[in-house]
Design a protein around this ligand. Sequence first.
Ligand code: SF4
Length: 330
Amino acid sequence: MQGKEKRRIGITTTVPIEIIYAAGAIPIDLNNIFISNVHRMGLIERAEIDGFPRNFCSWIKGLYSIALDSGIEEVIGVTQGDCSNTRVLMEVYQLRGIKTIPFAYPLDRDEGILRLQMERLINHLHTSWECAHDMKVKLDRIRAKVYRIDEMTWKENLITGFENHYYNISTSDMEGDIARFEEKVDRFLKESSERKMIEEDVRLGYIGVPPIVEDLYQFIEDNGGRVIYNEVQRQFSMPFKTDDLVEQYRLYTYPYDIFKRIEDIRKEIDSRKIDGLIHYIQSFCHRQIEDIIIRDKLDIPILTLECDIPSRLDARSKIRIESFIDMLKK
Ligand code: SF4
């Protein structure tokens, strides 16, 4: 006899997955399954056919279509601390019969409000703080291994920018299967520790939301650079030393104000000896405005790179990246 299928819960950004797993459910990061779908351009077209404007963020269109395409029945929507479009996306999901569960990060990192939000999620999913804390211990073991991948990227120079991006970003949902993901990480750690050191001319940091284009990291490496720091992706892996689940999600910089993010970026620029930054901005995203603050507050060469759809880099972007790396080489 087959066991009962686990409840699959879509997520549109990082939320406390310890609670979802503790409830015996599976978190599915809709961003990850959209961007790895071979028909990702078709998913965007489908959203446009259903009425999403052409001049609207492609990630949102992808999140809409992939949820319908993959038969997800409920989604946790972060109504504060992620994307200004999430609220309307949740309403369209509801229209299409997908249940939505709201979750909000308090802008001022208030411990009490965050605890309350997490408690609501715990109650909604019928689990407990004890189970969530037990799950934290289990997931922390995997987070520590991904942290090691990050160290091997910038300290030992054994990991490519894309591999660093991939393993960090996958911690948002642990690919929906904790045991399988841990095995994959273990295999990767073993394989990559036996490699030869990568040598590049220019050490780059990547900040901003994850890229929608597929060949960015490879193109950078083909031109003598390497991304040795992926800011937001690293934050998804939560490389923080704390035994407290609420504190863990308070230390996570992405959903709160930009100034804490800048402190974190500054620290990593210094310790990783980064030569320049690529600030990625997504077309039609409100976060583009952050570029003003980032340029004002960080004293390092920055290339602001805007991309729109999930395809390869266009010629203009390639020329800009090449010139940026050349300038840093000099
Ligand atoms: S890129 Fe910007 S607009 Fe698009 S989903 Fe992310 S936060 Fe929202």
